[in-house]
Structures are given as C-alpha cells and as structure tokens.
Design a protein around this ligand. Sequence first.
Ligand code: KG4
Ligand code: ZN
Length: 341
Amino acid sequence: MSEPVFILAIESSCDETAAAVICNDEIRSNVIASQAIHQYFGGVVPELASRAHQQKIIPVVEEALSKAKVSKNELDAVAFTRGPGLMGSLLVGVSFAKAFALALDIPLIEVNHLQGHVLAHFIKDNRSERKQVPSFPFLCLTVSGGHTQFVLVEDFLKSKIIGETLDDAAGEAFDKAAKIMNLPYPGGPLIDKLAKTGNPKAFHFPVPNISDLNFSFSGLKTSFLYFIRDHVAQNPNFIEEHQADICASIQYAIVEILIRKLKKAAEYTGIKNIAISGGVSANSGLREAVSKAGKELNWNVFIAPLEYCTDNAAMIAIAGYYKFLHAEFADQSITPLARMN
Ligand code: KG4
Ligand code: ZN
C-alpha cells in the first residue's frame, strides 16, 4: 500500500478564512473563521476582508494542524484557492500558501474555488456516515454568492460548464432580497430560517423564461423591490407583519427558477446523477425540492453535508488531493485570479 498523503488547504476567496487538513480523501480538520465585521455594512467590504484574512490566517492554519494532529513536517503539499474571488482576499491565501510551501520545500497545488465546490461531494469524514458519492458523469448545479452554473462533471479534474446565470447569482438574489427587507448580511441563511414558518404561496413572484440552460435573477430582484416598495407605501409595517410569508415566497421563487432549469438540464443531458453544491445548496427549500424531483424523475441525488456547502477549505483539500495524484503542481510564480471559469 502506498504512503498516505497529507495536504494542508487554504481558502480565502471571500469573507471566510479557512484551513483544512486531509489525509488522502479523508478530512482530518476543517476550520473556518467567519468575518462578522461585514454585517455592519450590509455586504462584504473587500478592504476589510483582506485585513481580516491577514489577521486570521496563521491562527486558523495552526488550529487546523493541531485539530488534525498533523505536524508541518508531515505535510506532502499545500493546496490553495487561486480564484475566483476578491483579489485582496485571494492574495493573502495565495501568498501564505507560497511561503509555507517554500519553507517546507513541498509542492503547491492551485485550486479553482468552483471546482472545490463540485468536488466537496467526495470528502470523506469520520463523523457522518459514508454516503454514496456521485459516479461520473454527473450534473452539478453550483449555486453560490457569485456563481450559478450547471457543470457537467466527467471526471475529478474534467468538467465543462453547460449553463450559467446571465446576471445575478442565486446567492445574490437571496442576499439582495434580504437587504431590501432590511435583514442583515448574509441574508440567505436568514431567509431560509424565517421561511420555515411562512406560506410559500402567500405572494407570487414571476419566474423568467430564459433560453437554454441559463438563468437570470435580476428581473426577480426588481419585481421584489417594487413589491416591497408598493406595500410599504400603503403599510409601513408591512415587512414586519408579513416577514415569514415574504421570506417563504421569495425563497419559493428562487428555488422554482433553479429546479425548473435543473429538470431541463437533466432531460437535455440525459444524466440522472444530479448534485447540488455551493452556499445556496445549504438552503432547506432547495434541498427538499431537489430530493422531491429526484424521487419523481428517478435521479440519484447528491447533496453535501451543510458544512461542505458554504465556503470551506475541506473542499479545496479534496480537489488538491486529486490534483496531487495527477502531479498537477503550481510553481512559485503563480498569482491569484479574480475571475476564473
Ligand atoms: O459558496 P458560498 O459560501 O460563497 C461563495 O462562493 O459565494 O455561498 C455564499 C452564498 C451567500 O449568498 C449566502 O447568502 C448563500 O450562499 N447561502 C444561503 C444559505 N446559506 C448560504 N442561501 C440560502 N439559504 C441558505 N441556507
Ligand atoms: Zn463558494
């Protein structure tokens, strides 16, 4: 049997400073420091995010190594998120990973954040029961704060995008709706929570008709803005009095847009292995709707545990592991990329 491979992974693309240690495909630690500071501004402030990463990266990495009971000298490689994301945030993680790999004289592995979200389905851990992992090819709906795309995944390191949003991402639709309702950032998890006691049919929002396997959320955002504005003009307490119903109804509309297209994409590709990933895949309405559609249409549905849906370094570690097996290493000249597909 070959020696186990230990990889330290770093994720710093947005407002979570995260580090994880993996042994082959089994996660040993997964540490995330969220940045509460952005709540005061109703969204991520890039400059503040970079500074917070700089403060947190060393303690987060130390905690990840100590929780994993792995010493620096046992590491075989350092994986890091190269992009996409906020340039200042990425720079902290990339510079840290480069310096760490150089000091230990071990390989560097660059990971695309979105590929990390997709490969999160292959993370093994000793806490949850090992569920079935997707078999190739599978169709993955990646829904996050910055992206909404259909990925046709042919192998661990081979995939193509077959549809995406033409404007806002699904996570942005949640966050912007929350902002319009004066809820704090990030709004997605809060809308999910409040929606649980609301009626999803209380208010109706239009589902756009967009061609191919693409999405659009900007029309929904505008109609939601006008809806709130008009009702508040008549009743200043409208939001407070109907909060749960509004949340349930907007969540229903966002999930409906996603699920209709997912059914179309499954039919178009003929693929029945269906996965969802990214922060919005933590949404309980989407998780239920995908499971329900899976039962109706005989899909094999793959939904990751909550901790691997929103940004984390475990997903960067698993992607790093598969790249390690293929000896796909980066060199010290590597730089972050704010945009990557
Ligand atoms: O993947 P992620 O953590 O970061 C990016 O790569 O963007 O996704 C963050 C997005 C945010 O827009 C957040 O509001 C949304 O995922 N989100 C949710 C839920 N949890 C996170 N949206 C709806 N329901 C949730 N439970
Ligand atoms: Zn993400």
